[in-house]
Unconditional design. Structure first.
Length: 383
């Protein structure tokens, strides 16, 4: 837990899942810059409808709720970010609270103050600005915030094309603000998301099959090399296995497993709401009649009963926003081991330089190399 000094008082904030050893904070200079600007300009004012898009760990939402002038609405793609926000609200503003929505929920009908924390991808920003634009009016204050490395000319062009004229602030502590003036009746065009494309003809059971990607999901218009290697080296299994596509993304791996073994039941899970929506649409577009699947958003496999699955397939992330970290992979490995039945298998693809084999060998007591590539390696550990 770390202390954050907002313009309206100090807050005790944590990421999720909370880890006393975690050195990364639940806020950064971009959050502080946006809140200080709001305080300096007299906002937010009651009873306006305040929407926060893409709050990473709830620093913006919690500070605004604790301020008490408005009950903010958070729109987020992250289960972990939503969970952190819930915990931080309980700790710092239990009486105020906030309306927590996902990027897949219906957007608010009216927005008087829109605060946009730069999301992980330009695609997600484009999609969400399109979804929120009908609720924005000529009197809406639109404020974007992010680190300098997250704000580019293409970012500003998106605001201008979808919302209205856009300028930026000077940089403060390597962060910058975006000021956008809504222009009613702007010809913003149609939302291009989700994107659909067909896989190449050399991808095993998924050859030539369609894939659906909602905005912000990894590899929106092509198959990445790591996933391609994993697909070429899936276990050859039959029978009523319980299979998990962990960190499912667009669901191509779990769908391939379902096509290869029609008797299997596949659980698609990710911490991204956009990813799980993509996985469900990819599966529905390709599944054989009678195929069984579940789709859940969550924190790795913490919600699964112990020893309840036979196979976990995983291409773990190694970034948390701008930070390079193996924290997500470690949690995925640990919860996968707990969820696997004795004899069950975890199959992982990852960059060679990440050294997953050493961590898996310590956790499982074994780790074999299934396939290798100059950049990637597929590993297998058995419980």
């Amino acid at each position: 837990m770390h202390r954050f000094s907002s313009p309206w008082g100090d807050l005790d904030l944590t990421r999720f899942p909370a880890d006393p050893r975690e050195q990364l904070r639940a806020w950064d200079a971009a959050d502080a810059y946006a809140l200080q600007h709001l305080a300096d300009t007299g906002g937010p004012a009651s009873p306006g409808a305040t929407v926060v898009l893409g709050d990473r760990w709830g620093a913006l939402t919690t500070a605004l709720a604790a301020h008490g002038a408005t009950r903010p609405t958070l729109v987020t793609d992250s289960f972990l970010g939503r969970s952190a926000t819930e915990a931080n609200l309980r700790r710092n503003a239990p009486a105020a609270g906030a309306d927590l929505r996902t990027t897949r929920d219906d957007p608010p009908g009216r927005v008087d103050l829109l605060i946009v924390r730069m999301p992980k991808s330009l695609a997600l920003l484009e999609d969400q600005l399109h979804r929120l634009a009908p609720a924005v009016h000529s009197g809406t204050t639109v404020l974007g915030t992010g680190m300098v490395s997250e704000i580019h000319t293409s970012t500003l062009r998106l605001f201008e094309r979808i919302i209205g004229p856009t300028t930026t602030s000077l940089a403060v502590r390597k962060s910058r603000l975006i000021f956008c003036t809504p222009e009613p009746g702007l010809a913003r065009g149609t939302n291009p998301w989700p994107v659909r494309y067909a896989l190449p003809d050399d991808i095993g059971p998924m050859s030539g099959h369609p894939v659906v990607n909602h905005a912000g999901v990894f590899c929106a218009d092509r198959l990445d090399l790591g996933t391609r290697l994993l697909l070429a080296n899936l276990p050859q299994r039959t029978g009523p296995d319980r299979v998990v596509d962990l960190g499912c993304g667009n669901g191509v791996v779990g769908t391939a497993a379902a096509l290869a073994n029609p008797a299997a039941e596949v659980l698609f899970t990710d911490e991204s709401y956009q990813a799980v929506a993509s996985a469900e649409e990819t599966f529905r577009a390709n599944a054989l009649p009678g195929a069984k699947a579940e789709f859940t958003v969550g924190d790795a496999l913490t919600a699964l009963p112990p020893e309840s699955v036979d196979l976990v397939l995983l291409n773990p992330p190694f970034h948390s926003h701008r930070a390079t970290t193996d924290a997500a992979a470690r949690r995925m490995f640990t919860t996968a081991r707990a969820a696997l039945r004795p004899g069950g298998e975890l199959r992982v693809v990852g960059n060679r330089h990440l050294g997953y084999h050493a961590r898996l060998r310590r956790l499982f007591g074994n780790c074999d190399v299934v396939a290798s590539h100059p950049k990637f390696v597929v590993l297998r550990s058995t419980k």
